[in-house]
Design a protein around this ligand. Structure first.
Ligand SMILES: [Fe+2]
Ligand SMILES: [Fe+2]
Length: 314
């Protein structure tokens, strides 16, 4: 009996791998290996948590944005990120997991989110740097994920990337205007880039050699490019944009190579990356606390919504 089950499983797994090899898209009701499902839940929920935590550093500047129009566009951007979080939580739920469970994992400190959001936003220029660099890095990552093998995730990415493009342009425009301003404004813009450049490169995750999940995810076409390839792609498209508006980068090894038609660059400080990922970045505690407080403060809204639904829809 057991042997039959195993043979059956192997056959299913082979059929699944063949589908992936043919470039077919896997949908929620299709058979999938348990490990594929688990890896997707881990990756997608981390992504959803990142969208939500990502609202915090920028939300910090909504009340202090320098004009009404800046305030309105930052508000819209932060709201978009909430939408991205909800979209990806919904996509994750198609894998049979409840979003309450995912939220709990996050609040208990058992789920990761992008290390970039553990850095503080010290000046208005940081909002420019985040839009340009952080959303720019997210676009490179998410454009690749838009072609991944899991249907709901890839479709979520298509829509999200369109919005990220607005965020990217908004950030770049904030910095370009500051770079045409006073010496103090230029300095502010440059300082923001100096602080956010390396953490943005860290967003692509560990180098391929140290990325434990990469190989499996690439085999399943959840990931289509390695972390290092995506990081290089980001550098190659971002450096000329920065140079065009007079910004420099805090990397003395950064140099264009005519041979590879690509930039050579220095070394990521992986000790810093590890420290931030393991909870010891400048704002980790603050971010977790903000999410916990939001959860507690939202309790009555959820209770009221449930009571209303019970009264009217049961
Ligand atoms: Fe987003
Ligand atoms: Fe964004």
């Amino acid at each position: 009996m057991e042997a039959t089950v195993t043979a059956d499983m192997l056959e299913r797994e082979k059929a699944f791998n063949d589908r992936i090899a043919r470039g077919e898209v896997i949908e929620p009701k299709d058979w999938m290996p348990e490990r594929y499902r688990k890896q997707l839940i881990r990756m997608m929920s981390q992504h959803a948590h990142s969208e939500i935590v990502g609202m915090l550093p920028e939300g910090n500047w909504i009340t202090r944005a320098p004009s009404l129009s800046r305030k309105a566009s930052l508000l819209a951007k932060v709201q978009d990120e909430a939408g991205h979080g909800l979209y990806i939580y919904s996509a994750t739920e198609t894998l049979g997991v409840d979003r309450l469970e995912l939220t709990q994992q996050f609040l208990d400190g058992n789920a990761k989110y992008s290390s970039i959001f553990n850095y503080p936003t010290l000046s208005w220029a940081d909002i420019g740097a985040i839009g340009w660099l952080v959303d720019g890095a997210a676009i490179v990552n998410q454009t690749a994920l838009a072609k991944c093998s899991y249907g709901p995730y890839s479709r979520a990415m298509l829509r999200i990337c369109k919005e990220e493009n607005f965020h990217h342009k908004q950030g770049y425009q904030i910095l370009s205007i500051m770079m045409q301003g006073t010496a103090e404004q230029k300095e502010m813009a440059q300082d923001a880039v100096n602080r956010f450049w390396w953490p943005s490169l860290m967003m692509f995750g560990p180098s391929d050699a140290n990325s434990p999940n990469s190989e499996e995810l690439m085999r399943w076409k959840v990931k289509l490019h390695s972390n290092d390839d995506l990081r290089q792609r980001f550098i190659d498209r971002t450096v000329p944009q920065g140079e065009a508006i007079g910004l420099t980068f805090p990397d003395d090894k950064l140099k264009y190579s005519e041979t590879t038609r690509s930039y050579e660059w220095g070394q990521i400080n992986w000790d810093e990356f590890k420290a931030v990922v393991s909870g010891n970045g400048p704002c980790n505690k603050q971010r977790m606390q903000a999410r916990k407080t939001a959860e507690e403060n939202g309790q009555w809204v959820r209770a009221a919504a449930e009571a209303y639904a019970a009264k009217h829809y049961n």
